[in-house]
Design a binder for this molecule. Sequence first.
Ligand SMILES: CC(C)(COP(=O)(O)OP(=O)(O)OC[C@H]1O[C@@H](n2cnc3c(N)ncnc32)[C@H](O)[C@@H]1OP(=O)(O)O)[C@@H](O)C(=O)NCCC(=O)NCCS
Length: 176
Amino acid sequence: MTLRLPVVPGDGVTLRAFRATDAPLIQEASGDELIPLITSVPATNDHAAALAFIDRQHERSRTGEGYSFAIADPADRAVGQIGLWPRADPGSASVGYWIRPTARRQGHAAAALGALVDWAGTLPALARLELYVEPWNMGSARTAERAGFERAELMPAWRSVGGTPRDMVRYALLLH
Ligand SMILES: CC(C)(COP(=O)(O)OP(=O)(O)OC[C@H]1O[C@@H](n2cnc3c(N)ncnc32)[C@H](O)[C@@H]1OP(=O)(O)O)[C@@H](O)C(=O)NCCC(=O)NCCS
């Protein structure tokens, strides 16, 4: 099933489809110590690899895998990515996000997650969002809490990050 990726307005950010001109965002993110380990952002600062990443994001809505948005600032400069991924259990989807290192601590993640939550609330049959945060990741935990997510439980060795099983804290938000 093909998913239609809308343009979602937020408070100081816009969620929109990736464009080829966003390649420098992906190239910067490739140098982050965490982003390539928890996403499919390539670990190499290579323009062609960045364009291939952008193509893969379009493919994800074409195949129904999920919604992958670029987070754009008021000048329409891409500052990060946020995704909504429907899960096998009906009514539930998981969320993931990152912001380029040079654009952090400016409220972009909080604004993007707030916008995503508001939009997700308009999707029929979606009742619950989840996201997973490593216990040390205060920036991500605060971002989740600001958008209304509540800490649910610690999931020991829940996900492999760079080949090592890592604990994750599950956060959840009921949409209705
Ligand atoms: C986590 C991340 C998305 C935060 O993005 P950001 O745009 O800098 O976050 P914001 O500026 O919107 O800040 C949101 C909240 O987090 C807090 N915060 C952000 N970075 C923080 C940090 N490094 N340490 C402590 N708090 C932090 C902010 O103060 C704010 O909280 P407040 O409302 O209480 O003031 C960003 O650091 C990142 O991309 N990290 C690498 C990838 C990652 O961890 N993704 C999430 C995986 S679960």
